[in-house]
Ligand binder design. Structure first.
Ligand code: GLA
Length: 388
């Protein structure tokens, strides 16, 4: 892959001398959905698909961008002195946003660069594409300008900052953290309230995890996502009249049950219940995983999906159908939507020997019921962001 990318860089920019290649992966979240902006726990892992960036420093302040995913746009140009979000910039808002973030955080970048980007995450699948772009670019800038007081965790935080403040998407830290900090064959158990984390081996033995792409476009995702976040903030504000808490993630289900009548609107009661119980499920899931109790892990996945469907209302007919059909297949232990929802993918835990039957049955029934075509990927858990 590295050679292929360098060759393309040379074709586009004339030479690849001194050009470097960087990679940051996408992610799949096993459990702990919509908890990361509520100070709860998440359990994602990094994939082996992601975003590649090839870049080379320039002597002037010009920025030149080329994406192999949008070849027809050719090379587009920008300037270090003009780091503004513009709709018309399209994907180049990503590198511009990361440069802008470095500047905001007090880092002075004096020269421009030529860069080429290539991503191999299926588009619109909700597998952390934009986070992987942000993290790959954050890494590229750190390495290219030899900024040595920035850790991979900072790169994740910079990526999230760019999404929040430059792109106006109020995402949590999960996707960027998984992309920057992932480890081969490990899940990351992250407490988003203080960013303490540990790695848990994915000792799958006779089990397997499969991602199913619903191919349902995640329409108006950003608006609906931001709306959920505001609903949680409102629920929290109402609970704060009786509890000294900073986030919903601080509440155990027992505490929550005692004070939930402080929340006035019924819809906010459901949103808060999801945040609190999903956090507890994630804590229980890491115990199950560590104990090798995959049946319990599977049950927690099923409960997670039901809560995302009924309390958080972020699933939709396609994801619900995929999960229902998955659970009918012998050997399946659990299945749930993964990522932000409203389309995108599910993740399913099953006995390894069930995979073939699962793909045939779920593929057929899903198309019959929804008219969409499902695609299946075996999960390969890879390392986080790195220079190649
Ligand atoms: C998106 C966001 C994450 C997280 C998930 C839901 O992927 O980018 O921060 O909130 O949705 O768990």
């Amino acid at each position: 892959m590295k050679e292929k990318l360098l060759k393309k860089f040379e074709e586009i920019y004339g030479t690849s001398e001194d050009a470097k290649v960087y990679f940051a992966p996408g992610r799949v979240n096993l459990i702990g959905e919509h908890t990361d902006y509520n100070g709860g726990h998440v359990l994602p892992c990094a994939l082996t698909i992601g975003t590649y960036v090839v870049a080379k420093k320039r002597q002037d302040k010009k920025l030149r961008f080329f994406s192999m995913n949008y070849q027809e746009s050719g090379i587009t140009e920008g300037a270090l002195g003009d780091l503004k979000y513009r709709r018309s910039n399209g994907w180049t808002n990503y590198p511009i946003g990361i440069l802008w973030t470095y500047q905001k955080k007090g880092y002075r970048i004096h020269s421009g660069f030529d860069m080429l980007l290539y991503g191999d995450i299926p588009s619109g699948a909700g597998l952390g594409t934009s986070a992987s772009i942000g993290v790959a670019l954050g890494l590229m800038i750190r390495e290219m300008f030899e900024i040595d007081d920035i850790t991979n965790e900072d790169i994740a935080l910079f990526g999230q900052y760019a999404e929040n403040e430059f792109h106006g998407i109020n995402c949590g830290i999960m996707d960027q953290f998984a992309s920057a900090m992932g480890k081969k064959d490990m899940a990351i158990f992250l407490d988003t309230s203080d960013l303490r984390y540990s790695y848990a081996p994915l000792n799958m033995k006779e089990y397997a995890l499969v991602i199913t792409n619903s191919h349902k476009a995640r329409g108006a995702f950003d608006a609906k996502y931001n709306e959920r976040r505001h609903e949680c903030e409102r629920a929290l504000a109402q609970l704060q009249s009786v509890a000294a808490i900073q986030s919903l993630g601080e509440l155990t289900p027992e505490c929550y049950e005692q004070i939930k009548e402080m929340i006035v609107e019924p819809v906010l009661v459901k949103r808060a219940a999801h945040a609190v119980y999903e956090n507890q499920r994630t804590i229980d899931a890491i115990d199950a995983l560590t104990a090798g109790d995959m049946a319990r892990f599977g049950r927690l996945m099923i409960e997670s999906h039901r809560s995302l469907r009924d309390n958080y209302e972020v699933t939709g007919r396609e994801l619900d159908t995929l999960v229902e059909e998955a659970l009918k297949v012998p050997g399946v232990l659990g299945s749930r939507m993964t990522g932000g929802g409203f389309g995108g993918c599910t993740v399913t835990l099953m006995k390894r020997e069930a995979i073939e039957h699962f793909i045939i049955e779920v593929g057929k029934n899903y198309t019959e019921k929804t008219g969409y075509y499902a695609e299946f990927y075996n999960i390969e858990v890879g390392d986080g962001a790195r220079a190649l």
